[in-house]
Design a binder for this molecule. Structure first.
Ligand code: A2P
Length: 272
């Protein structure tokens, strides 16, 4: 497993399991357990996913020590707007059945995010969170945060995949020493990215799957990647990306697939 060093010194495994749209209950418990059995050590959830309790159950069922797992959850927009960051964080801890998280993120730049950030800074100082960060922040949101923050985010988690590389924002984050995590790396649920002709032919060339080609591209772009799957064999195969390397020309060919085509909401225009 590769790691990315966050500003502040915490190390994050570069590949994790995402559980957005993984239903609460058996499916989440199993996905988490299978991932940990396959030596994933990084799980990414959020309060709004409604599956934190099952994530906690999956961790318990795996028998892997909590301290060996990098666990992320996120502060939901309604809690940001209502000024209940501390309460929401405690609710997440209870659901996850843990007394700390490795990474806590502001999920979207909802009104009140600067105030929420200062509460997260306190929780960090209290030792309840190992690293704090944001998600779905554009340059303008980071600039606003910078005006009141005592410390800048360690991470920005954003949409990025070959059809929406989001590379200028990634480069901007890197210029601030902010690590980048990418969501919907495989183009999200119901997309057609993995049937792309270039990706299919690269998969044949490297004797890998299109998903492995995309995830390897992310590893070589130095971003953290959190593919979601509820299928055991996919969870296992999505991790088999550390035994080959894409050439520079093939990295460029994947970069060239960018069409600025989002599958999720634009952080400047979200209505939830
Ligand atoms: P499933 O959960 O049924 O496996 P993203 O991480 O971009 O949001 O993409 C997740 C989507 O891609 C899900 O619909 C997931 O479906 C599917 N998926 C995950 N891993 C693979 C894979 N190795 N091959 C094909 N589809 C995959």
């Amino acid at each position: 497993m590769n790691y990315v060093q966050l500003n502040g010194g915490v190390k994050i495994p570069q590949l994790g399991l995402g559980v957005f749209q993984t239903p609460d209950g058996e499916q989440t418990v199993n996905a988490v357990k299978w991932a940990l059995e396959a030596r994933y050590r990084h799980i990414d959830t959020a309060k709004i996913y409604g599956n934190e309790r099952s994530v906690g159950d999956g961790i318990k069922a795996s028998g892997i020590a909590r301290g060996d797992i990098f666990l992320t959850t996120k502060l939901w927009n309604a809690d940001i707007r209502a000024g209940r960051t501390r309460e929401a964080f405690e609710e997440s801890l209870r659901a996850l059945q843990t007394d700390y998280v490795d990474l806590y993120l502001i999920h979207w730049p909802a009104d009140g995010f600067c105030e929420a950030w200062s509460v997260m800074e306190e929780l960090f100082k209290e030792g309840k969170i190992r690293a704090i960060g944001v998600s779905n922040f554009h340059k303008s949101h980071l600039e606003r945060l910078e005006k009141t923050a005592k410390q800048m985010p360690t991470v920005n988690q954003i949409e990025s995949h070959p059809y929406f590389s989001n590379q200028p924002l990634i480069d901007y984050c890197f210029s601030w020493d902010i690590a980048v995590e990418v969501w919907s790396p495989l183009g999200g649920t119901g997309g057609n990215l993995l049937q792309d002709k270039t990706l299919v032919s690269l998969a044949e060339k490297y004797n890998k799957t299109p998903a492995q080609i995309v995830l390897r591209w992310d590893i070589q772009r130095n971003v953290v990647v959190i593919p979601k799957s509820t299928h055991r064999e996919r969870i296992i195969s999505n991790k088999a990306i550390f035994d080959f390397e894409l050439s520079e020309a093939d990295m460029a060919a994947i970069n060239a697939l960018n069409r600025n085509q989002r599958v999720g909401s634009d952080p400047d225009h979200f209505d939830f």
